[in-house]
Design a protein around this ligand. Structure first.
Ligand SMILES: C[S@@+](CC[C@H](N)C(=O)[O-])C[C@H]1O[C@@H](n2cnc3c(N)ncnc32)[C@H](O)[C@@H]1O
Length: 349
């Protein structure tokens, strides 16, 4: 292959062809980096280094790994900037590597594990998705993502933990971006562990909240609401938004929920919310809007993740507008939200 590339002799530098080949191969082999980070996350290397276990032999012993292979993994992690190899041969966490510790902001350790366990199996079936339009996850596990999540004892916790931890700053930004001063109550539908509601209630002491999610999630939600000292102002209710939604809130919130579902499933959620609303209720949809044109956007890759793993989709503003309008809503406003997501404010049409 390499012999097909022309080598530039003019400045002794790398030819454009070689640079492009490297760039392409970097994309092609992206999974290797994911797997190296997965091994580090699953074994708990960052936690062990933070505890002062610093040589590869000691790490191998503490984490029950093969000693020479541990050294080779650490060396690879050092080339990715996750650890640094000290002159005495010991290893230390870098600023980047600190993010892999359990409970570090963003919960990247949990996400790195999910990324290479269930998600990875689903992505391995991308050609099934390409031929059928169905999630690769179903082919790998014989059932849909949410069904799997509801039946697996650990996954709901890992998932909701990663959702809760992945976005504290984002929740704050969303809580600040909408004026709740004239609102008495909010209902966070599919609210997970309640990170967004906690931010909103803290910023608005007059507000009452309700978090609605699946039974496998809500016991964890209740703990976080208690820990936040908000149990007198916030109810946690278990149920399925495909069956019904608690009625009568002034503001309904769907944060990062609609992208998990195809239009027909999203329609059921929206119709159940529409039924639960009173005439002055509003709906806030927190979601990423993908640009309709060629503008690069993380949402374009996330859209494929949503299809292959979860069975959902990202949408453009126009697609949200259409989805909302056929289900009894019209867009009243679009607020900035956080760095990636917007708040679509919709009212009954
Ligand atoms: C991507 S998470 C978003 C969580 C939260 N709203 C946030 O922004 O962090 C989607 C949430 O929908 C919940 N969910 C999925 N199916 C549900 C159902 N049938 N009824 C209620 N909630 C459901 C999940 O448990 C999960 O907490």
């Amino acid at each position: 292959m390499a012999s097909e590339y022309r080598i530039s002799h003019d400045s002794g530098g790398e030819s454009e062809d070689l640079r492009v080949e490297r760039q392409l191969m970097d994309l092609v082999t992206g999974y290797r980096r994911s797997q190296v980070l997965y091994a580090a996350a699953k074994l708990g290397i960052a936690d062990a280094l933070a505890k002062g276990i610093e040589t590869s032999d000691n790490l191998a012993e503490a984490l029950e790994a093969h000693p020479l292979t541990m050294f080779r993994l650490l060396r690879a992690l050092s080339s990715l900037g996750i650890v640094a190899q000290c002159p005495n041969g010991a290893f230390a966490l870098t600023r980047l590597g600190e993010g892999l510790k359990t409970g570090a902001p963003g919960m990247v350790r949990s996400r790195a594990i999910m990324n290479c366990e269930e998600d990875y199996q689903a992505w391995g079936n991308i050609l099934y998705t390409m031929k059928t339009g169905r999630p690769g996850f179903e082919k790998a596990y014989g059932k849909g993502y949410w069904e799997y999540l509801a039946e697996d004892s650990d996954m709901p916790t890992i998932f909701s933990d990663s959702m809760f931890g992945s976005a504290p700053e984002r929740y704050e930004l969303v809580a600040q971006a909408y004026d709740f001063s004239q609102v008495g109550s909010v209902a966070d539908i599919g609210g997970g562990y309640g990170g967004l509601t906690i931010s909103i209630l803290r910023a608005n002491p007059h507000l009452k909240g309700l978090i609605y999610d699946q039974p496998a999630v809500t016991s964890g939600t209740q703990i976080r609401i208690n820990d936040a000292g908000l149990s007198d102002r916030c109810k946690v209710v278990s149920g399925s938004f495909f069956e019904s939604v608690p009625s009568g809130a002034d503001v309904y919130i769907l944060s990062r929920v609609l992208p998990d579902w195809t239009d027909d499933k999203a329609a059921v959620i929206l119709q159940n919310i529409r039924e639960a609303m009173h005439s002055k209720s509003r709906l806030l949809v927190v979601a990423r809007l993908i640009p309709p044109d060629d503008t690069p956007s993380p949402g374009k890759m996330k859209d494929l993740y949503l299809l292959i793993v979860v069975g959902g989709q990202e949408r453009t503003e126009e697609e949200y507008s259409r989805l909302l309008s056929i289900n009894g809503f019209k867009i009243a406003n679009i607020h900035p939200g956080d760095t990636e997501q917007r708040i679509i404010e919709a009212v009954p049409s």
